[in-house]
Design a protein around this ligand. Structure first.
Ligand code: FAD
Length: 359
């Protein structure tokens, strides 16, 4: 049985960064990725999202930033593909990991019939595969269409359909900006959006990340970084703003009916389609057998930001404060350091249980 020093799950920005830094340290590993081809979640972004729409994709370690002005779901995957090739990263795909178990002090990663055994693990599975759909009474009886950001078909699809966009984040703002130009659109959010009118400085970004970091250090479920940075309308959303779309926000309805949504005071709005721009959750269900989640509901990470306190063999990247391309880059480096630290401290435990398990 081959025992790898480390195994990376996921080949998005976080996984590629981790793999690059593990390689530089001479730590043997493989990267397992569920996608058929390079690109991480960027492969699946909607077609109308161009490089002019994204806030900026950070360059991968020791590489130039992505260039090109076309669709984000083409430009970034091409950039990742070239990076994997030029750095000779050991990515194996398509491999969807089902579960990771701890067996006799080693980590055993399962994907269908296949298994990999490693001493440490870097999880870099992002959030895209775990869309969050809130539960509302009547949701299953809605006769119209329901979409999530994850499978958003493009604004044209909604032509002629009265559409309700739900959610208070950047994706909701962006989708409203497109859909408002082709049909009658409504916007509902649980909390009023926090608009940002000042310039988004690096200091403001740092403060936002620090807030999420603090939650993760306390073992709370991470809030998204975007949720603490505030929202800005960009030139692309100007036409929708002039139509008043962003001023006509509704509070959340209390139930969904076959032809629309109803509020507690009895008010009803007819809608033909609902777009849930309600975000994503960390895609970490395959780690459940490792019992990393604490009583507060999140995975507590140490002060360096990637090592799981409950099992320091495991690094979590792209989780909480590192859920941005720049954060994922940094987390990849921190994770490789965390792996190297663990391996150096446990040289003779290849076949034995780690002290915390044995004890
Ligand atoms: P991902 O890119 O999601 O990669 C995870 C990989 O893991 C995928 O390849 C997936 O197939 C694989 N995987 C998942 N589960 C498994 C499994 N069980 N087994 C094997 N493989 C698995 N950030 C910015 O910095 N700038 C921006 O402009 C920006 N724009 C954004 C726009 C949108 C619409 C969204 C939704 C996010 C945006 N972000 C942006 C956030 C940023 O894209 C993410 O934080 C970052 O790309 C996440 O990288 P990642 O490597 O953690 O995850």
């Amino acid at each position: 049985m081959e025992i790898l020093d480390s195994l990376v799950i996921g080949a998005g920005q976080a996984g590629l960064s981790a793999s690059y830094h593990l390689s530089r340290r001479g730590i043997d590993h493989v990267v397992l990725d569920a996608n058929r081809a390079p690109g991480g979640a960027w492969r699946h972004r909607w077609d109308s999202l161009t490089m002019a729409d994204v806030h900026g994709v950070a360059s991968l370690p020791d590489a130039e930033p992505p260039s090109g002005s076309g669709r984000a779901n083409e430009v970034v995957p091409a950039y990742f593909a070239a990076y994997e090739r030029s750095k000779d990263l050991p990515v194996v795909r398509p491999v969807r990991v089902d579960r990771v178990e701890s067996v006799d002090g080693l980590l055993v990663t399962h994907a269908g019939e296949r298994t990999w055994t490693s001493r440490t693990l870097v999880n870099a599975t992002g959030t895209w595969t775990q869309p969050h759909l809130p539960s509302y009474p009547g949701i299953a009886d809605f006769a119209g269409e329901q979409w999530h950001t994850q499978d958003y078909p493009g604004a044209d699809h909604f032509r002629g359909r009265r559409t309700l966009v739900v959610g208070g984040g950047a994706s909701a703002v962006q989708l409203l900006g497109e859909i408002a130009l082709v049909t009658d659109v409504l916007w509902a959010t649980r909390r009023p959006p926090v608009w940002r009118t000042d310039e988004f400085t690096p200091e403001a970004g740092h403060d936002a990340v620090a807030l999420v970091e603090e939650r993760v250090r306390r073992g709370l479920p991470p809030a998204s970084v975007v949720s603490v940075t505030g929202l800005m309308l960009r030139p692309q959303e100007e036409a929708a703003r002039r139509l008043g779309v962003y001023d006509r926000r509704l509070p959340m309805f209390t139930r969904i009916e076959p032809n629309g949504v109803r509020w507690a005071d009895g008010r009803f709005e007819r809608v033909d389609a609902i777009v849930w721009a309600t975000g994503f959750r960390p895609a970490i269900t395959h780690l459940a057998p490792l019992h990393l989640r604490g009583p507060a509901g999140g995975v507590q990470l140490d002060r360096h930001g990637t090592t799981a306190v409950a099992d320091p063999r495991v690094q979590l990247t792209g989780y909480g404060p590192s859920a941005s391309t720049i954060g994922a880059n940094r987390a990849g480096r921190a994770a490789a350091r965390g792996v190297a630290t663990w391996l150096a401290a446990h040289p003779s435990e290849v076949l034995g249980a780690p002290a915390d398990e044995a004890g």
